[in-house]
Ligand binder design. Structure first.
Ligand SMILES: Cc1cc2nc3c(=O)[nH]c(=O)nc-3n(C[C@H](O)[C@H](O)[C@H](O)COP(=O)(O)O)c2cc1C
Length: 146
């Protein structure tokens, strides 16, 4: 069975909820999933044994883009995660009233692809609370291309 790792950074629970929707959608498509908070995982060898990696992270800061706190150590050591050649997709919650809507999603995508990760779908940027149907549709697209 194909195996996906979903790692999220979430302060108020929105991206965590989205991560659970992604996991459930992938399970329905026959994937085995591991869903973890970024605070419970270290970068070293993170992608090993997984066919697909999904990163979820909310955006903070104001003028500058700030990743959700728990995701920062992982982001800083992403080069140790073994992402080269690995299938990847990125999602996150934000708020369109900020200058950099879901800027953390873009930052993670850029860094991960720079390390050789292969995007299987465009990112999912969620404005406000995640809608289950929208997240499920995106996860199904990811699964179809992974
Ligand atoms: C102080 C503060 C700064 C924020 N900065 C941004 C931002 O720069 N870009 C953005 O898209 N959303 C921003 N947001 C919105 C959060 O990302 C949004 O509330 C999100 O749903 C939080 O997700 P989480 O519960 O998974 O942490 C900010 C929110 C706060 C309170």
């Amino acid at each position: 069975m194909a195996k996906a790792l979903i790692v999220y950074g979430s302060t108020t629970g929105n991206t965590e909820t989205a991560a659970s929707y992604v996991g459930a959608a992938l399970n329905k498509k026959g994937w085995e999933t591991v869903v973890k908070s970024a605070e419970d995982i270290s970068a070293k060898g993170l992608a090993e044994g997984f066919d697909l990696v999904l990163f979820g992270c909310s955006t903070w800061g104001d003028e500058d883009i700030e990743l959700q706190d728990d995701f920062v150590p992982l982001f800083d050591e992403l080069d140790q995660a073994g992402l080269s050649g690995k299938k990847l997709a990125v999602f996150g919650c934000g708020d369109t009233s900020y200058t950099h809507f879901c800027g953390a999603v873009d930052a993670i995508e850029e860094k991960a692809t720079g390390l050789g990760a292969v995007l299987v779908a465009g990112s999912l940027k969620i404005d406000g609370d995640p809608e289950r149907d929208d997240v499920t549709a995106w996860a199904e697209e990811v699964a179809a291309h992974a």
